[in-house]
Design a protein around this ligand. Structure first.
Ligand SMILES: [Zn+2]
Length: 303
């Protein structure tokens, strides 16, 4: 009898702990939503009691923020379009090194940045210089990088996740509503989604507030945090093969993912320089920023 009473006490105790935890989670969700509303005093993105889409005033928001129109390139230009994208910046010295190489070679690129990585004067100055450079655009890669890589929790809490992106939008002064999801190769453009389905809800919500969400066609992978796995020649070969065999999301266009911290060490800085030079010297290829991706064709393609 005593052991039954004891088990019952343990059960009650566990239930109390679970409910306290849940409440703490809700409180944190609420504080983030409040923070977001405080940052957007003139815009009512959402409140927690109503559905996200009903309250969000997309058109008003697009006007008040001065968001740039997206002007996709024509796919019949006779060239392969390379969308070179660098994730997780600003990270030092990686982002600075990559920016310098790209600038020197006049290569257009897209930096998908993380809000919490912006701290201190040096990183802020770096962000400002990238924003001011016509070769580059900055895309939204969330504020906390999916609660510091807790991907499962992040994609199971869509409202909190979208708030995380809005926080980053403000910190990074995002001018183009372009996002990449942390840890998920998921695409969402004009109400169409594709890629890894665990992130569909978050991707659709971002799409509903005017974002285009871009995954990637090919990744220059890394190990031990920042060591490139493929050699420059292996990467070039991958790109050529995928384009030749129409194995990209959009034929004639390829989105390349790298992480700028991979190129911090001198030998890997050289790998990036070589990579850029080989592609740049081949007149089959032209580099573009991701705001020029052929969105409308993409929409038809994934129907
Ligand atoms: Zn990332």
């Amino acid at each position: 009898m005593k052991s039954y009473t004891f088990s019952f006490q343990i059960l009650i105790f566990s239930l109390i702990i679970i409910s306290c935890k849940k409440e703490m989670q809700l409180k944190s969700e609420f504080s983030k939503i409040k923070e977001s509303i405080a940052l957007h005093p003139k815009e009512n993105y959402y409140d927690s009691t109503q559905s996200y889409n009903k309250i969000y005033k997309k058109n008003v928001s697009m006007q008040t923020r001065g968001i740039k129109e997206i002007h996709p390139i024509k796919t019949d230009s006779g060239k392969y379009h390379i969308f070179f994208t660098l994730d997780d910046g600003p990270q030092l010295p990686g982002t600075q090194i990559c920016k310098n190489i790209l600038r020197k070679n006049k290569v257009k690129a897209t930096f998908f940045m993380v809000g919490t990585h912006v701290y201190g004067k040096e990183r802020q100055n770096l962000i400002d210089s990238i924003q001011a450079d016509s070769l580059f655009i900055i895309g939204n890669h969330s504020d906390t990088h999916a609660f510091r890589n807790k991907f499962k929790n992040f994609y199971q809490s869509p409202n909190v996740s979208v708030t995380d992106f809005i926080t980053a939008e403000n910190k990074l002064c995002i001018k183009n509503k372009i996002a990449r999801l942390p840890g998920r190769n998921t695409w969402a453009i004009n109400k169409k989604v594709k890629g890894e389905s665990s992130a569909y809800t978050v991707a659709k919500k971002l799409d509903s507030i005017g974002y285009s969400v871009f995954g990637w066609d090919v990744e220059w992978r890394f190990k031990n945090g920042n060591i490139p796995i493929e050699t420059t020649n292996e990467m070039i070969k991958k790109i050529q093969t995928q384009l030749k065999n129409n194995k990209t999301n959009m034929p004639g266009n390829i989105v390349i993912l790298v992480h700028d911290r991979m190129f911090s060490k001198p030998q890997y800085t050289d790998s990036l320089k070589k990579f850029i030079t080989i592609l740049k010297e081949n007149n089959q290829y032209t580099f573009e920023t991701i705001d020029k991706y052929p969105l409308y064709t993409f929409q038809e393609k994934i129907n």
